[in-house]
Design a protein around this ligand. Structure first.
Ligand SMILES: *Cc1c(COP(=O)(O)O)cnc(C)c1O
Length: 242
């Protein structure tokens, strides 16, 4: 098996190759390392390869990791992105610990994140999660609901609207993957015309990263290709108290 460091270097090469065929080759693509279910040792190894941006899905696990790293590695200046579903009674730890949230999908969540963002932190960087495939099982709002939520977010002083995120239907052929990503990219360009800060497109995971970058992704969220398969048994990833 490759090491985490080798995996990150290989991914950076894949990102650069895909960027060459991208619709927006000038834009940078951020590699977000999705560390959910993974122990702090794996994150430390990724840090050793120069990785700074990490994504977490679960409020308690993610908050524990943010606090562990700010205590034990304060000089590393890591950037933490919340990419999981948010319940309204769990917004406070997200507002207090993360720099980015990719999964804002309703007014109530936006309002609570704004109200709970501590005054001493910069505004929370927010993406609206969009459901382009129309599947009822997936979270995210439909295209015609974006304008109203974008208007609200941009009016809230402790949030900055940065763009859109999606988790499209899981398909394996490149052409269908590209079509869904291209649709989101088109919507994002229109949004950015109204809100210049909305310059970000979070799309692409281990299985569809190339198609996402070719369609204009600016953040790819990669777990498996960095850290290997996940083990969802409880209790294997929360940092232990030292
Ligand atoms: C788990 C997860 C990822 C990473 O998926 P991989 O297929 O392991 O790369 C990306 N985005 C979200 C929203 C996730 O929940």
């Amino acid at each position: 098996m490759n090491t985490i460091k080798e995996n990150i270097l290989a991914l950076q090469a894949r990102i650069n190759k895909a960027k060459d065929t991208s619709a927006r080759s000038g834009d940078d693509v951020l590699l977000l390392a999705v560390s959910k279910t993974k122990p702090v040792e794996a994150i430390i190894e990724a840090m050793g390869a120069g990785q700074r941006a990490f994504g977490e899905n679960y409020v308690q696990e993610g908050t524990d990791k943010v606090q562990y790293f700010s205590e034990h590695f304060p000089q590393q200046d890591l950037e933490w992105h919340f990419i999981g579903p948010i319940q309204s009674n769990k917004t406070r730890p997200v507002a207090e610990n993360f720099s980015w949230v990719h999964t804002v999908d309703r007014a109530k969540i936006a309002q609570r994140l704004n109200d709970q963002r501590p005054d001493n932190l910069p505004p929370l960087q927010v993406l609206i999660q969009v459901n382009t495939s129309g599947e009822s099982s997936k979270s995210g709002i439909s295209e015609n609901e974006i304008a109203e939520l974008a208007r609200l977010i941009s009016s809230l002083p402790n949030l900055t609207l940065r763009g859109l995120m999606s988790i499209p239907e899981n398909v394996s052929d490149h052409h269908s993957q590209f079509a869904a990503f291209h649709q989101l990219a088109t919507i994002q360009k229109r949004l950015q015309a109204d809100y210049p800060s909305a310059d970000t497109l979070s799309m692409g995971m281990t299985g569809d990263m190339e198609a996402a970058i070719e369609a204009g992704s600016t953040i790819v969220r990669i777990g498996t290709a960095i850290f290997g398969a996940r083990d969802y048994r409880p209790g294997n990833s929360r940092p232990k108290e030292q």
